[in-house]
Unconditional design. Structure first.
Length: 126
């Protein structure tokens, strides 16, 4: 069985190698997102975005975890959540300025994820 690092390197020219990496980590990344955003639909979207960004950055992967891609993928997942929270804050501010309160009330990734990423409570993160 190939290591994660070997799969990521192989995925530079072989998409099936990336598919194998996805199979190894999709559930873990999805769980990471569910625990942070507490919304299964948002977690699915964030998981897809995490792997899309991993695919796009696969050529920049550096093996810093003894062959494991887990820390690399978790780092990307954290970044994806941070991007989503920032995007949501901009949306809310724009809606408030435009007087569109209904649009501002739709479910989003603020709450716990927003507090954690804004430097608030980090309890429960791993």
């Amino acid at each position: 069985m190939r290591s994660d690092a070997e799969l990521v390197r192989a995925a530079r020219s072989d998409p099936t190698a990336f598919r194998e990496l996805y199979g190894r980590y999709a559930h873990q990344i999805y769980g990471f997102h569910v625990r942070r955003v507490r919304d299964v639909d948002a977690a699915h979207e964030l998981t897809a975005e995490t792997f899309a960004q991993a695919w796009q950055s696969r050529r920049r992967f550096r093996d810093r975890a003894s062959g494991s891609a887990g820390p690399w993928l978790i780092g990307i997942a954290r970044h994806v959540i941070a991007q989503s929270v920032r995007r949501r804050r901009v949306e809310l501010a724009a809606c408030a300025k435009l007087g569109m309160l209904e649009a501002a009330r739709r479910p989003a990734l603020d709450g716990r994820a927003g507090r954690e990423l804004a430097g608030g409570s980090r309890r429960g993160t791993r």
